[in-house]
Ligand binder design. Sequence first.
Ligand SMILES: Nc1ncnc2c1ncn2[C@@H]1O[C@H](COP(=O)(O)OP(=O)(O)OP(=O)(O)O)[C@@H](O)[C@H]1O
Ligand SMILES: [Mg+2]
Length: 411
Amino acid sequence: MERTIVGIDVGTTKVCTLIGEVDKDGQVCVVGVGVAPSRGLTKGVVVNVEEATKSIASSIDKAERISGYRIEAAYLGLAGKHILSVNSKGTVAVGRGERYITEDDVARAIEAAQDLAVQHGREIIHVLPRCYILDGQEGVRDPVGMMGFRLEAAVHIVTGAVPSIRNLVQCVESSHVTVNELVLQPLASAEAVLTLEERETGVALVDAGGGTTDVAILAEGAICHSAVLPVGGNNLTNDIAVGLKTPFEVAEKLKLQYGHALPEMIDPAEMIDVAAFGEAEVATVPRRDLVAVLEARCEELCALVQEEIRRSGYDGLLPAGLVLTGGTAELPGFKELASEVLQMPVRVGRARNVGGLADAVSNPSYATAVGLLQWGLKYGGPEKRTPKREDGRFSELFRRFKEAFRALLPG
Ligand SMILES: Nc1ncnc2c1ncn2[C@@H]1O[C@H](COP(=O)(O)OP(=O)(O)OP(=O)(O)O)[C@@H](O)[C@H]1O
Ligand SMILES: [Mg+2]
C-alpha cells in the first residue's frame, strides 16, 4: 500500500488540507486538496473553537472526497504571537576514559540545552539541533563516533503557549484526526520552497500570509532563528478599507485587482471605479493613492523583517537573500520593494519537488501546506503517532531529535 502523508495548514484566511502519496522515488504526490475559508482565527490563533472546527472539518472533507482517502492523522501547522524561539546550549561530560560519543551522549546534551529554556505554561514544539562543540571545536555536525570529553549541543528551541496549542489541536481532533506532529509554519514553508544551497549559504524565509508574517533564518543547513510577526495581508486590506471607507470585502477585491507595492510604477492618471465593487463613500479614486497606502504597510512589514534578521545575528550574512512566500508574496511590486528596503536579493518561493496535483498548490499561499507533507516525508515514519503532551516530553524529544538530526545531515 502507498504511504500517505497528510498536512493541515490552518491559516488566518484559509484552511488547507493536503493528502500526499509517496511515490517509488520518494517524492510526494498530492492526491487530495481541500481548501475552505478560515473562520474563528485571528492572527494565526483560534479565537472561536466552534467556527474554526467547522472550517477545518470542511477542508478535511473536501480533501477526502477528492482523494478517496479517509484521513486518520495529519501534520499540523502552528503559528501565532504566542510562539517564542530561542537558541540554547547544553553541555555534558562524556567521561574520562577514551571512548567514542554515542547517540545517548548527544541526547543528554540536547536535554541539557532544553532544560534551560522551557517556561511554565509553555510547551516545546521543536528542538532542532544546530551544531555541536566538542572539546572547544566548533561546527561539528555529527559528533556520534567521534572521540572527546566535553560535548556541547547548540539547539534552536521553539515553544508555544499551552492553551493556544491545545485549542488548535482540539479543533482538528473534533474531526477524528490525530495530530502526528505540530510544525511551526515557517519551518514547513521552508521545507517546501528553499533549495539545499540556500539553506547552506544562508537565507531568510518570509511567509507573508493573511494574519501573520512568519520568518525563519537558515544557515549552514540548520535553522538559527524563527519568529511569527502579527502583521499580514489583512492589514493591507484594512488600510484600504479605512482609507476608502469601504467594507473589508470590497477593500480585499480592490487589493487583489489593483494592488501594487510601488506607486512609481502606476500611471498618475489611472482611476479606479470603486463604486463598481460595492458600497463605498467614494466613487472613484486614483490607483496611485491606493498603492501608496499599500507601499507604506509593505515598508513597515519589511522593517519588521529586517529587525528579525538583525536579531538573528545574521544581518549581512545571508548570501542567498530572502525567499518571499505566502499569499501576500503575490502582491505585484512587493518583491522589488523588499529587495530595496532590505538590500538583499529577493525571490518569490513556490512549492518545489511535488508531484500529482502540483498545479493546484503552486501558488505561494500553499507553501506551508506542501511543506507539512515534506516535513512528514523527511522526519516522520509510516506509523501513526499521537500528539505530544507535556508529560513524556523527554522520550518524545529524544526520538524526534534523532529523526531531526539524521535529516539535517548534509547529503
Ligand atoms: N495577488 C495578490 N495580491 C495581494 N495580496 C494577495 C494576492 N493573493 C493573495 N493575497 C493575500 O494573501 C493573503 C492570504 O495568504 P495566505 O493564504 O498565505 O494566508 P493564510 O495562510 O491563510 O494566513 P496566515 O498564514 O497569515 O495565518 C490574503 O491577505 C490575501 O489578500
Ligand atoms: Mg499561512
